[in-house]
Design a protein around this ligand. Structure first.
Ligand SMILES: C[S@@+](CC[C@H](N)C(=O)[O-])C[C@H]1O[C@@H](n2cnc3c(N)ncnc32)[C@H](O)[C@@H]1O
Length: 255
């Protein structure tokens, strides 16, 4: 990337913290339930969570496996999430100890493993769409990092295992997500705090949408995502809507 590349707020603590609260939104709870329903963590398996944030999907994986995973790795560009993972480890039952791990990784430049066929599953929630790559030669944002990341996930998965992930629909309506959240507002104990959190996500959401319009981030039609997954080597690709219809949930298999 060039020195003129505009700021990426995902690397800022304030942005990371703003999205820690998204689990309070009914739309996010719907997405979490839908994603968890498509996860099949077998005892002894090794799993990966890309753009893990505070680790909500890691919690879901650990719980659904009955605490029997051999390894659970959360990756995120925001180093601040390491603290959340410490708390997460202490709150899970049975305690995962060293089986749960956080790594600060920018997945735009690839995954930190050289081998292949390493994991029994990979999950990602509203994150891989932020893989970014800028072509200095063409002076424009490209899909190279996004496409490369799909190939990387395919490489590290074992044959017969799945990648389950969500991404926002083109031109996502944060207003719809916010409106959907108002049911949470009436039941929230600290209403001002609830509105403040909603505002934080709304503000960063506006920035994300503007950057996506420039081609920096990738809110793509489902058909385009299916083609990219196929090009990366995945088969048996399915998707459905979730997150107040503002996200696609995908699952795809490495044959
Ligand atoms: C909307 S949040 C979702 C967090 C989490 N997956 C969840 O479901 O709660 C998107 C996450 O993607 C991470 N992210 C954005 N760009 C990234 C990159 N290039 N490499 C790794 N993580 C990234 C952000 O830091 C953030 O934690």
């Amino acid at each position: 990337m060039t020195k003129t590349t505009p700021r990426n707020y995902w690397r800022d603590d304030r942005c990371a913290k703003a999205f820690w609260s998204q689990h309070e939104l009914p739309a996010y709870q719907q997405l979490l339930t839908d994603t968890t329903a498509w996860l099949d963590p077998e005892p002894g398996g090794r799993w990966l969570d890309l753009g893990c944030g505070a680790g909500r999907l890691c919690r879901a994986l650990w719980t659904k496996s009955g605490g029997q995973l051999a390894e659970l790795v959360g990756l995120d560009v925001a180093a601040l999430n390491a603290k959340s993972f410490e708390k997460l480890g202490q709150s899970l039952s049975p305690p995962p100890l060293e089986r749960l791990r956080f790594e600060t990784v920018d997945f735009s430049v690839g995954l930190p493993w050289t081998g292949e066929n390493l994991f029994n599953g990979a999950v990602s929630g509203l994150a891989i769409q932020y893989a970014e790559s800028f072509s200095e030669a063409e002076q424009r944002w490209t899909c190279d990092a996004y496409d490369g990341l799909l190939r990387e996930v395919h490489r590290v998965l074992k044959p017969g295992t799945r990648f389950v992930f969500s991404v926002n629909v083109p031109e996502p309506s944060w207003g719809r997500v916010g409106w959907n959240a108002m049911s949470g507002f009436w039941s929230a104990k600290r209403k001002l705090r609830f509105l403040g959190k909603l505002h934080g996500m709304w503000r960063y959401g506006g920035w994300l949408k503007r950057e996506a319009r420039k081609g920096r981030f990738h809110y793509l039609p489902a058909e385009t995502i299916t083609s990219k997954l196929t090009a990366a080597g995945f088969t048996d690709i399915e998707h459905r809507l979730s997150f107040a219809n503002q996200a696609f949930l995908f699952r795809a298999t490495k044959r």
